[in-house]
Design a protein around this ligand. Structure first.
Ligand SMILES: [Zn+2]
Length: 299
């Protein structure tokens, strides 16, 4: 049987969803538990209710859209992803997994087919972790890998507690039925846009994820002495930027590209005491991420 997937409808929903938190560059800023994140979940709720699906949420704000099965006591087939974004997120990251699942649910519904198991679409809370650490909060708590009580005091950069932001968003979604957190799932599948350029470059429409890369992050401070760049004798200079630059090549040798599919990366960020161009840098703070598909290689 071919499902009547409506590509245009799916596209239109992405465009409508992307208006929430839209940024001038065409992406979205819809950070976890922000008013925009709440509005995204309200929009999904409205679409679901129009079609007669049941909507529920749990104590951490994960949102579930359910099409009932003929045996409502069986564990559901679950699909979904996330609606929160990085501050400079894209339209499709996360939203695609939720909206593609929702389109599938609607298409199945329109065929009139009944399934034994309930079918559910989930929007997990705070997948990105850009506002509150840790990322994947909603799915961690759902799966019992973290306890909500342990995370409530975590703060965002503005000093807002996760527990307070969560309570605000649950209050805004208070018309949605609350269900217990975590339940048995028969099958889980998640669609996600490609996060690198390879499938697109090779013209491949889809790939199967077989693993997720590990990451070590280091925050490095290189402290030198500020000095006048023109008059300080070379041998007396302690230039933090120069020292940091000299670290790069050895680090790249330490984490070379080998048989793995992921690269080591070095990213230099702010050099905030070196803004005066006639000063040598007294302080330089690069951040270094080492990413590897295979665990032993980033140890
Ligand atoms: Zn994502």
């Amino acid at each position: 049987m071919t499902l009547p997937i409506d590509e245009q409808r799916l596209w239109n929903r992405h465009m409508t969803m992307a208006q929430i938190g839209a940024t001038p560059k065409g992406g979205v800023n819809r950070q976890a538990l922000s008013p925009e994140d709440v509005r995204a979940r309200q929009l999904l709720t409205a679409w679901a209710r129009e079609l007669g699906f049941t909507v529920s949420t749990d104590e951490v704000g994960n949102l579930f859209v359910r099409r009932e099965g003929t045996d409502s006591n069986t564990a559901p087939v679950l699909t979904g992803s996330h609606l929160d974004s990085q501050p400079t997120g894209g339209k499709f990251d996360g939203a695609y997994g939720v909206l593609a699942g929702f389109e599938a649910l609607q298409a199945i519904h329109e065929t009139g087919v009944s399934t034994k198991r309930p079918l559910e679409v989930v929007a997990w809370v705070n997948e990105e972790g850009s506002r509150f650490q840790p990322g994947c909060t909603g799915s961690l708590i759902f799966s019992g890998k973290a306890r909500l009580d342990d995370l409530l005091a975590n703060e965002d950069p503005a000093g807002m507690k996760f527990g307070d932001a969560l309570q605000d968003s649950l209050n805004a979604l208070s018309d949605i039925e609350r269900r217990p957190t975590g339940f048995e799932v028969d099958t889980y599948i998640e669609a996600h846009i490609e996060q690198g350029p390879r499938l697109e470059a090779e013209g491949l429409p889809i790939g199967i994820v077989t693993g997720i890369q590990g990451m070590h992050r280091y925050s490095v401070e290189v402290i030198g002495d500020e000095a006048h760049a023109g008059t300080a004798p070379l041998k007396t200079r302690k230039d933090a930027l120069k020292a940091a630059a000299e670290m790069v090549a050895p680090l790249r040798r330490r984490w070379p590209m080998r048989r793995t599919q992921c690269a080591s990366r070095l990213a230099a960020s702010r050099s905030h005491q070196a803004r005066r161009i006639l000063c040598q840098a007294g302080y330089f703070s690069p951040s270094i991420s080492a990413t590897r598909y295979k665990r032993p290689l980033i140890a």
